[in-house]
Structures are given as structure tokens and as C-alpha cells.
Design a protein around this ligand. Structure first.
Ligand SMILES: *Cc1c(COP(=O)(O)O)cnc(C)c1O
Length: 380
């Protein structure tokens, strides 16, 4: 059976152009040198590729190349930002409080749960998934070191008013970090338009390879203490031999995202409208969260268990929320935090689109979903 992929928020296929660029950095006839080798051309050439990619990623997010630190992905970037700032600045600033939201990715929540010497405040969103600025104002004071709020939620696609949030954080003398893993190529923004100090990036959500990401660190705004020692790479913020092939993969993926995002957003918006129209026909299905990015749609299907629904449509790959939760039957922490009941949470599906999604696949999705829901409801 051919399975149609609607789980692009968990990962995406690597773009062909990206694969070609990566391939050229691996073999004996390619740019395989260690970018840190300064004594010969193999190293210089690899370093040139790395710096091209750094510039590409920086340009895509409106940053300076010197503000990009390579990591293994957004998970590591979240860890490095939060732990690094706490270790690097808590003592000198006398601030030890971190404010985040219950709806953050586990990479932020689990990092916060393991901090020592910090007090963490978890804010609840409104029922539409948005952070209430009043609730933020109530907890912002001169003990707050860092506010960490993602721009685009990976389960609902909800977009937070980051510029306002960052403005409030800065007025209180705090730093602003944002997990941007779902944000690249899906809506226009720059690090300045968001006014953030730190931002976590990943390649594999934008048709780049898994295992590579970056942390944006605004110059002069903060000190990030290295969390992994050994060689002082990346201006002392992250040691380890740079994986040239992974890095050029990310650079090329971001270059393409930047180049093609306008047309892609338009196309995905049309697909999303089509899916929403079909869902409306079925009835008893609600979309969770304020309408956000075009590629993520989270729905609750009244009276239908999501696990049973997925079993009834094996030709469609979707998910019940974040992949990290898929092994357990606990409903999504994001939906529960937005006020959905346990049962509503267990009746919810995330449909996520990507560059390779076609109009035909969208038609298959809507007809299979419609049939499966009516079948399950009629036998319930
Ligand atoms: C996928 C994702 C991550 C994890 O990124 P990796 O690069 O896989 O570590 C973190 N945050 C969000 C919002 C994500 O969607």
C-alpha cells in the first residue's frame, strides 16, 4: 500500500538539491577535510563550505553570520540557550528566573525541568493557544533572566506575538529566546522583527538533513556558557568537529526555503483551505488553536478516537501530536494546556504539509479521512 505523508511537522524528506550538496562533502573526491584544519587546502575548502552555509542561514533569518552557532539540532540549541545563559549570566546578573509556557516543545520543557539554581514559571495559554500578555506582565520582574516562547507551535501551528513578548521581556531587563524549529520558510520574520536574543533552528523540518541545527546568539546581548567541552569551536560556545556535509545541507535547505517560501506558503494555504472545507462538510470536527502557519492543522473529531481513526486509514501518515509523545497514550500536553479535555485530546489529530505535498495527495487525504470518520461514527 502506498502511504501518503502528512507528518511534515515531525520531519521532512530532504530536498534533492540538498542531497547533491551534501554528497559533494563526503568522499575522497569531495570536500571531506576537517574545517578546523588550518595547515592545508582540504581544511580550507571545508571551512569555506561551512562559512558559506553560515552566511546562508544568517541571511535567511536576517542575522549576521557571526551570530550563528552550529549544533546538532533544535533540541541541542534549546538546551544550549537555556542552560548556557543560566550558567553564563545568572550569577553576574543576580537573576535566576526563567519564564516559559506549558505549550513549549519538550526540548524546552525538559531542559527547564532539569535546571538547578533556577526558578521556572510555566504560563498557560488562552484557549486559542496564544499567550496572554497580561499573564506575562504579572510574572515579569527584575529577577527574570530569560523568557523562552516559541514562535510557531509544532502541534497546533499557532503563532505567538513574539515581538510584543520580547519587548516586554526587554523592558523588564530579561533576555528573549525562541524555539524557531517550525518557523523557517513558513512565515516571514527576521531576528530583528521578532526582537529575540536567542533562537533555536533545525534543518530537518525544512527539507534539510536530521542531526544539524543552529543557535542564533545576538551579538553583545548575552553570554552563553559552553555545555560541551573540547576544542573551543564555535567561538567557545560549542565544541566538536563541524560536520561539513550536514552543515552545507542546512545551508542549502535554508537557501531554498528563503527562495521559495513565498510560493510555498501560497500553495500550502490553498491545500489547508481545501482540507478545512472538507472537514466542515463532515461536521463535528473543530480546529484547535488560532489559525497559524499554513502547514500545520490540528483537529478534534467528536466521538472518534484518534488511534482508531489512524488504524482505519493506514494509507495516511498523520500523528496525534508531537512524535515524542507517540509511544504513550497520554493526550498531548499542548492541547490539554489549551483546555481540551482528556477525551478531546485523545480524539485529536495533527495533519502537517510540506514542499512535497501534492494536490492529489490532499484529495486522497480528504476523501479517506471523510470516509473513515463516517464509518467509525456509524459503528460507534
Ligand atoms: C522538531 C522540533 C524540535 C527538535 O528539533 P531537532 O532538530 O529534531 O532536535 C524542537 N522544537 C520544535 C518546535 C520542533 O518542532
Amino acid at each position: 500500500m502506498i502511504t501518503t505523508y502528512f507528518d511534515n511537522a515531525s520531519t521532512t524528506p530532504v530536498d534533492r538539491r540538498v542531497i547533491e550538496k551534501m554528497r559533494a562533502c563526503l568522499g575522497a573526491d569531495g570536500t571531506y577535510g576537517n574545517p578546523a584544519s588550518t595547515t592545508h587546502g582540504f581544511g580550507w575548502m571545508a571551512s569555506e563550505e561551512v562559512e558559506w552555509s553560515r552566511a546562508m542561514v544568517a541571511e535567511t533569518i536576517g542575522a549576521d553570520a557571526r551570530e550563528i552557532v552550529w549544533t546538532s539540532g533544535a533540541t541541542e540549541s534549546d538546551n544550549l540557550a537555556i542552560r548556557g545563559v543560566l550558567e553564563g549570566m545568572a550569577n553576574s546578573s543576580g537573576r535566576h528566573k526563567i519564564i516559559t509556557m506549558e505549550t513549549e516543545h519538550k526540548a524546552v520543557l525538559d531542559t527547564c525541568a532539569h535546571l538547578s539554581g533556577a526558578e521556572v514559571v510555566y504560563l498557560k495559554p488562552e484557549s486559542d493557544g496564544l499567550l496572554s500578555l497580561d499573564s506575562l506582565a504579572k510574572v515579569l520582574d527584575d529577577t527574570v533572566l530569560l523568557v523562552s516562547v516559541m514562535l510557531v507551535n509544532n502541534e497546533t501551528g499557532v503563532i505567538q506575538p513574539l515581538k510584543e513578548i520580547a519587548g516586554m521581556a526587554h523592558d523588564a531587563g530579561a533576555l528573549m529566546h525562541s524555539d524557531l524549529a517550525q518557523s523557517v520558510g513558513k512565515l516571514p520574520w527576521t531576528v530583528d522583527s521578532l526582537a529575540i536574543d536567542l533562537g533555536s533552528l533545525s534543518a530537518h523540518k525544512v527539507h534539510g538533513p536530521k542531526g544539524i541545527g543552529a543557535l542564533y546568539v545576538r551579538r553583545g546581548s548575552c553570554r552563553v556558557a559552553e555545555q560541551q567541552h573540547g576544542g573551543h569551536h564555535e567561538r567557545g560556545m560549542r565544541s566538536g568537529t563541524l560536520p561539513t556535509h550536514q552543515i552545507v545541507g542546512m545551508g542549502e535547505a535554508y537557501r531554498i526555503a528563503q527562495l521559495e517560501s513565498h510560493a510555498e506558503i501560497e500553495r500550502l494555504n490553498q491545500y489547508r483551505d481545501q482540507i478545512e472545507a472538507a472537514i466542515e462538510q463532515v461536521g463535528g470536527i473543530r480546529c484547535n488553536g488560532q489559525r497559524g502557519v499554513p502547514h500545520i492543522l490540528n483537529i478534534t473529531i467528536e466521538g472518534v478516537d484518534a488511534e482508531r481513526l489512524m488504524a482505519a486509514m493506514p494509507q495516511i501518515a498523520v500523528s496525534t501530536g508531537s512524535a515524542c509523545n507517540s509511544a504513550t497514550i497520554e493526550p498531548s500536553h499542548v492541547l490539554q494546556s489549551m483546555g481540551l479535555t482528556r477525551q478531546q485530546g485523545l480524539s485529536s489529530l495533527r495533519i502537517s504539509l510540506g514542499r512535497m505535498t501534492t494536490a492529489d495527495e490532499v484529495s486522497i487525504l480528504t476523501s479517506v479521512l471523510t470516509d473513515a470518520v463516517s464509518q467509525l461514527r456509524s459503528t460507534a
